[in-house]
Design a protein around this ligand. Sequence first.
Ligand SMILES: [Zn+2]
Ligand SMILES: [Zn+2]
Length: 313
Amino acid sequence: MIRFATIFMLAWFSVAPRASAQSCPGTGVAVQILGSGGPRINRDRASAGYLVWIDGRSRMLVDAGGGAFLRFGEANARMEDLSLIAISHLHPDHVSDLPALLWGDAARTAPLAISGPSGNDAVPGFPTFLTHLFDQKSGAFQVLAGTLGGSSGRGVPLEVAVVDVTKKDASTVLSQQDLAVTAISIPHSNIPALAYRVRAQNATIVFSTDQTGADPRFVDFARGADVLVMHLAIAAGTTSPLHAAPDVVGRVARDAQARRLVLSHIGQFDLGPAVADVKKYYPGPLTVGADLQCTPVGPAYTSVARSSRRSRR
Ligand SMILES: [Zn+2]
Ligand SMILES: [Zn+2]
């Protein structure tokens, strides 16, 4: 109990977002931020990446933006422990480190499930994107042709799943006894994008990724999450065709009745007013994300969150 409380206090009062090693718990479920920043160069924050830990194993990676490769190593995560890489969309700050992660990892020979969105006129579908990267004859990284079953080239062999973003309902991405994942399309201007809902043991984590927050289907999708990770990409009082303003982030988290909100993908602006705007609407426990920060999820975590929520009233 004291250990969990200490982690939250550190997160809460953390002013400098400098990455510092935090190991995730050895038992139960935790979510770790690999990159808490957005697309701009930032000395303190890598671009998007998240790990879901189950009983001390790095079972799922969500996104792999610039810097996620380094943070993956710093987190002591292992490719051979992954059951899924879930890619939200094909902006570089979410996917540019993917080839680095798949390159020459001799420790993993078993196929690895990977998911991403279907395409449209602006963006190739996920399988086409992977072909551009790894195809044995035409790919940019032909040395990684083994990822797509090529007879030459190395790389972790992938089992590719594409989620149809024109579908209104959630799609099942992975269904294992202790790890089940669904995805739903979300509005991110004209870029096909997916939010992921993860059921790990008895805990639920939802990754909102980049979105405007304008589609009420996401509120239903995220409802009751133990931890909801949302992106704080733009400053208070501003708007964007790509991203939710901070007050919208707060409203979505409130309407979804998230038990804890973790803010990530943090842009370089005055954070104080932005977080204040989130808090105007979201009354629950809130964590401002930092690289390598670890948030325990599940029964022990929930009991701490409830008591801290009471103490603030
Ligand atoms: Zn982004
Ligand atoms: Zn984006």
